[in-house]
Design a protein around this ligand. Structure first.
Ligand code: SF4
Length: 289
């Protein structure tokens, strides 16, 4: 697969913190800007570089919108216009839900940036009350980082699951999306070797999302410094994908891009001297790391 370059923009804020925005052109003429919603992140997902920073600041509505405005100005000549916005940069967007709902509204407003609501996607690690609020108040699309098919694994790699477990998260989505008929959710699934990539995981995943209008995005893990996880080999990702497809799911596969310049999902930011602690690895996964 041809590797396309991703472009990073660094913004310096008044308090001297730095946020990162990434512009991702693709071969089909789509150019996506990936915006940050916080400096750092409180969620401490174990596979995420940004998560090691802890939360340093919620971005204001203006600081979020400005990233898309600036990317549009800077890159429109080189790549054609920016076609999509994803809230998948630094931070858990729904932890900063007031500003993210306002910023996404400005992005789709006729007096604002005029993106179609289907071209603006807000991602979350699974904050259930905020998901409900977002689905009620925003016209934009939702993506959920799932990344595991059992509470045992998700409690470890995404500690937010200890508060809002898989059953609650998926039950809420099933119910809320049924009410909003036309909406579908994008499930993101970062493939971690020997942790969440077995064929049993693939089968469980098909059962978990049953009855939810969705697409699934399988993402190759980008190893970063200090990371304890390894990427699933590409052939195994394809095998995993085939099981999902056989059960009728719509699946996309994103093999790694941008890992050469620390600008891929879960790789933004600079943890610095202070880092959140890594959690204890469950015994049965010790050998996988
Ligand atoms: S994956 Fe997202 S929610 Fe989890 S720590 Fe990283 S930035 Fe935060």
């Amino acid at each position: 697969m041809e590797q396309e370059r991703m472009l990073q923009i660094l913004f310096s804020l008044e308090n001297a913190s730095v946020i990162e925005t990434v512009v991702i052109p693709n071969a089909r003429g789509r150019t996506t800007v990936c915006v940050s919603s916080q400096v750092g992140c409180a969620m401490n997902c174990q596979f995420c570089f940004t998560g090691r920073m802890g939360l340093r600041k919620h971005l204001s509505t203006a600081e979020i919108v400005e990233q898309a405005v600036f990317a549009r100005k800077l890159f429109s000549d080189e790549f054609g216009s920016i076609t999509n916005v994803v809230f998948m940069g630094m931070g858990e967007p729904l932890h900063n839900v007031d500003n993210v709902i306002k910023a996404s509204a400005i992005m789709v407003d006729e007096q604002g940036l005029q993106f179609s609501p289907r071209k603006v996607t807000v991602s979350t690690s699974g904050l259930v009350p905020q998901i409900k609020r977002f689905l009620h108040e925003s016209k934009c699309d939702l993506a959920v980082s799932l990344n595991a098919t059992t509470d045992e694994v998700r409690n470890w790699i995404m500690p937010i699951n200890r508060k809002y477990n898989l059953n609650l998260l998926l039950g809420t989505l099933r119910e809320e999306l049924r009410l909003r008929r036309k909406s579908i959710v994008l499930f993101e699934y970062v493939m971690l070797a020997e942790v969440n990539d077995s064929m049993d995981d693939a089968k469980r995943l098909t059962e978990l999302v049953h009855g939810i209008s969705c697409k699934i995005n399988l993402i190759s893990f980008n190893p970063h410094s200090g990371s304890q996880f390894k990427p699933t080999p590409d052939e195994k990702i394809i095998e995993f994908r085939n099981i999902l497809i056989q059960s009728g799911l719509t699946v996309m596969v994103r093999l790694s891009r941008g890992d050469d310049q620390m600008a891929a999902c879960g790789q933004l930011g600079e943890p610095g001297d202070y880092q959140l602690p890594l959690l204890r690895v469950p015994d049965k996964f010790q050998v996988a790391l």
